[in-house]
Design a protein around this ligand. Structure first.
Ligand code: PLZ
Length: 458
């Protein structure tokens, strides 16, 4: 059988960090050279080691290196790579049938996923869910539904927001480079409000929620006209923007502002949702009730699946034929998603996410007391970040420092990702299947890398 000699992933993979070559090693460098002749340069890689197997809390590459995984493929393998329930259900489905197109012949697993999301989403009343292929497609569909349901064109988004790379979703995304530069003209009717970013709010963190809410109200009432706005779209914790946790109370104020103006609230849970932060949906931490919620990433344990869940009367505003897609809600991805829900329940993974968060926050809080380059430590559950600044500066972003620390971590067998509008945030997204031993080892490596690149007290 081809590939039979390759290692098997999932939790049975040896849970050890192992660096046996320079990073990337010779085999990965060879494959990278091959990639350059085959794949356009616009497709980058954070850590170009080619993967052979992954599971638990590690990723094993083609040179035999085993990395501690603090990235989860950008918050996707939340229940672990090749988690048993995901792998078994998806494999069984592959043997039954691979595709019919839900728009041609439906199948029950699609309904089971929708039922689960409808049950779990913190949206009042009767709900409906549509399944799609990606996060960007979920956001696109949420906007289509919001426009159809309200008859209004405008969408309001926030500074530092990320919503995808398609024409509409890159228009909704804040950061120019690398996401937008050269790709315009952009989709119209997109308006941007300031984000309640406590660490960088000019009036200070205490005034952040209230002042940012006033700025949103002002944008709606004075600049755009609330009657022209279909929806306000916000991440409950901004992901690519740098794990910005909105000032407490801000999301509640946004919900109120929307409600009083007949504007829909779409919460983009694509990065923060599905157990990542210790709740099924990150907006639950602030007790808000959106009209529509988008999910993707962690939803199907690595198979491509996105969803929009929303109030039934809004979701049903689009006539038959207006929503869908050839691969949308693939039966294999649906089975994988059902496996994700099984894993979350059986493994008590909401609690596990909270434990991981406590461990990371305690370690990083202590580190930030000793290392003045750590300007802020923030996040919830298994979605934690540090924001790096110049040692003596007044919150001056330090993106080069972040890149150097990340590089050191990679060379030492710890996969970390950077983020942030200024590129100066290091984000940590371990799978919830990581062991305490690997989590602690990873944090130690990170602490050592920071101490080598910056001045920290003993
Ligand atoms: N909304 C909140 O985080 C994807 C992007 C990786 P897709 N974030 C990772 C990259 O560089 O392209 C994301 C997100 C939020 C939407 C999306 C888009 O999800 O599945 O990548 O389309």
């Amino acid at each position: 059988m081809p590939g039979a000699s390759r290692p098997v992933g999932g939790p049975d993979l040896a849970q050890v960090r192992r660096v046996v070559s320079e990073i990337p090693g010779p085999r990965s460098r060879e494959l990278l050279a091959r990639q350059r002749g085959l794949v356009p340069a616009g497709v980058g890689a954070v850590l170009p080691v080619f993967v052979e197997a992954a599971g638990g809390g590690v990723i094993v590459d083609a040179d035999g290196n085993s990395f501690i995984d603090f990235g989860s493929g950008i918050a996707v393998t939340t229940v672990g790579n090749s988690a048993p329930a995901v792998a078994e259900r998806a494999a069984a489905q592959l043997r039954r049938f691979t595709h019919t197109c839900f728009l041609v012949n439906p199948y029950e697993s699609y309904l089971d996923v929708c039922e689960k999301l409808n049950e779990l989403a913190p949206i009042p009343g009767e709900k409906r869910t549509i399944l799609v292929n990606s996060g960007a497609e979920a956001v696109e569909n949420a906007v289509k539904i919001a426009r159809a349901a309200t008859g209004r064109p405008g969408i309001v988004v926030f500074d530092h927001g990320f919503h995808g790379r398609t024409l509409l979703t890159m228009s909704l995304t804040a950061k120019n480079k690398p996401y937008k530069q050269g790709f315009g003209p952009f989709a119209p009717e997109v308006h941007r409000a300031p984000m309640a970013y406590p660490y960088r709010w000019p009036g200070g963190p205490e005034r952040c929620a209230e002042e940012a809410a006033s700025a949103l109200a002002d944008l709606l009432d004075r600049q755009v006209g609330a009657d022209n706005v279909a929806a306000v779209l916000i991440e409950p914790i901004q992901g690519e923007g740098g794990f910005i946790v909105p000032a407490p109370g801000f999301l509640g104020r946004v919900a109120e502002i929307c409600r009083s103006r007949g504007i829909l609230l779409i919460v983009d849970e694509i990065q923060a949702g599905i157990a990542r932060t210790g709740r099924m949906f990150a907006c639950e931490h602030e007790g808000i009730q959106p009209d529509l919620i988008t999910t993707a990433k962690g939803l199907a344990g690595g198979l491509p699946l996105g969803a929009v869940t929303g109030r039934a009367e809004l979701m049903d505003a689009v006539p038959a034929g207006g929503l869908g897609g050839t691969f949308s809600g693939s039966p294999v991805a649906c089975e994988a998603a059902l496996g994700v829900f099984d894993e979350i329940e059986a493994g008590d993974l909401l609690e596990r996410a909270r434990e991981i968060g406590d461990t990371m926050l305690e370690f990083l809080g202590d580190l930030s007391d000793r290392c003045p380059v750590i300007g802020d430590v923030r996040g919830r559950g298994a979605m934690i970040a540090i924001e790096l600044v110049e040692q003596d500066g007044d919150r001056v972003p330090a993106p080069d420092l972040a890149a150097r620390i990340a590089k050191r971590c990679h060379a030492d067998g710890l996969l970390v990702l950077t983020a942030g509008s200024y590129g100066n945030v290091m984000r940590f997204l371990p799978p919830l299947s990581i062991s305490d031993a690997l989590l602690e080892e990873g944090l130690t490596i990170l602490g050592e890398a920071i101490a080598k690149e910056a001045t920290c007290a003993a």
